[in-house]
Design a protein around this ligand. Structure first.
Ligand code: FAD
Length: 409
């Protein structure tokens, strides 16, 4: 599956060599406790958690590390899920909805802690986040959301039109200002994590595909494209949005619960006059399709959104020029004094679930396997949660909050 357009900002700016250069040749027969399939940001975060717990882990990727959808990510790190908290409470109940939000909040600080152990800062910046109404009709919904978040202890403030004008300099009828959010460079983080883990003994093999999997009685046997075999007590599927195809091929239940769509992102040339508000805060709106903006290295802006229900790669990529125009128009409407010149625009395909929550844990069709599918707008924070759940499942066979992310919920 083609998960993104060929060139993205992170690939263009890769200043580090591929992390796995120093990994050994895959032996004809390799054994491990856990085989992670997929070397994107999810695979890296799961590997980090398992490796630190002393679990013997091997990771394979059919491409090179981080070259799936990770390379397209705009990596806004937020606790806010695609489905607003007050609506998620209606869908899944108060306890699970609040817990899902709190887990994403916890993930922001866990990411800060992880980045602190690595050899680069991975562009990690703690930020505020402004979720603003694109039109007056959205104010009631947003106000309800503000009240729900305040009630459950999230650090939020309500900004009316005057306050948004004063603090952000643009016109919007109202919005929620969250104190807790961040941004990072997903590709840098992925590469830095693999460097860290390979230095500490993680076995990583690129350009290695699982061609045949025999889910035996006590462990799985995975035959690779190099005609080698890996024996693993557990497999972790960190195969991103391509997992749906595998499930459809296997006629596995719930495969159709995932809805694929495409999204667009743009990075500007360095700005002479970056708005101060954007240095402090991510911004995103209630529009459909929605719009968001963050800063990126060298005084650039990264803009995104303009989602479309398109999966075909040619059709998706053909829309890049028109999406570029729309993203630029939006930022110009908000900040007419900013001269935002496009540097690069790209597209990525991603998956949504009905409740905005990921699929994490076991699937009845795949014995000895765990899934780490951080679908929705919060893929990276969900991957942190997935890593934690999977370590718990492996060590204890259970996890207190795994139920709300299960297939078939
Ligand atoms: C444009 C865009 C913007 C985004 N913005 C945000 C954001 O602002 N905030 C946020 O939190 N998230 C965001 N996301 C989502 C986040 O980036 C995803 O969670 C992430 O890209 C998915 O990572 P992954 O590692 O699960 O999948 P991938 O990066 O796709 O990695 C999966 C890997 O599995 C490998 N693979 C697949 N099948 C096999 C196989 N059979 N054998 C071996 N290897 C295999 C692939 O080669 C690939 O490297 C965004 C995504 C996109 C596309």
């Amino acid at each position: 599956m083609n998960v993104r357009s060929a060139q993205t900002y992170w690939l263009e700016n890769q200043s580090v060599p591929n992390a796995a250069r120093t990994t050994p040749i895959l032996q004809p027969h390799t054994s491990c406790d856990v085989l992670i399939m997929g070397g994107g940001i999810t695979g890296a975060l799961v590997a980090y958690e398992l490796h630190r717990a002393g679990i013997d882990t091997v990771l394979i990727d059919k491409r090179t590390l981080g070259r799936g959808s990770t390379a397209a990510s705009t990596a806004l790190i937020q606790y806010e899920i695609d489905v607003p908290l007050h609506q998620l409470i209606q869908q899944v109940g108060e306890q699970d909805a609040v817990l899902a939000y709190k887990l994403c909040l916890w993930a922001i600080y866990k990411l800060r802690d992880i980045v602190g152990r690595l050899d680069t800062r991975c562009g990690f910046n703690q930020k505020h986040s402004l979720y603003y109404a694109a039109k007056a009709d959205d104010i009631d919904m947003l106000r309800e959301e503000y009240e729900a978040r305040a009630k459950y202890g999230f650090q939020v403030a309500w900004l009316d039109r005057q306050a948004i004008k004063a603090q952000f300099g643009f016109d919007a009828p109202g919005g929620i200002l969250s104190q807790e959010a961040a941004e990072l460079d997903a590709m840098d983080l992925t590469q830095a994590l693999y460097r860290y883990l390979i230095d500490r003994g993680l076995r990583v093999f690129e350009e290695t595909t699982a061609e045949e999997i025999d889910y035996g009685f006590k462990r799985a046997r995975i035959r690779t494209n190099h005609d080698t075999e890996i024996f693993a007590r557990k497999i972790v599927y960190a195969t991103g949005y391509e997992t749906q195809q595998m499930m459809q091929r296997d006629q596995a239940a719930y495969a159709d619960a995932l809805k694929l769509k495409s999204t667009y992102a743009l990075v500007t040339e360095p700005l002479a006059n970056m708005p101060e508000a954007l240095r402090r805060s991510l911004i995103w709106d209630t529009d459909e399709p929605y719009f968001y903006a963050r800063t990126a290295r060298d005084n650039r802006l990264m803009l995104g959104g303009e989602d479309e229900w398109v999966v075909d790669a040619a059709e998706r990529d053909a829309m890049i020029p028109q999406k570029q125009e729309k993203l630029l128009k939006k930022i110009n409407e908000l900040f007419p004094d900013v001269e935002a010149k496009p540097h690069l625009t790209w597209a990525g395909t991603f998956a949504e679930t009905q409740d905005g929550l990921p699929y994490i844990g076991e699937h009845e069709r795949y014995p000895h396997s765990y899934f780490a599918l951080g679908f929705g707008g919060n893929g990276i924070t969900f991957s942190i949660t997935a890593a934690n759940i999977i370590r718990n499942l492996f060590q204890n066979g259970d996890c207190n909050y795994g139920g709300m992310f299960r297939f078939g919920r």
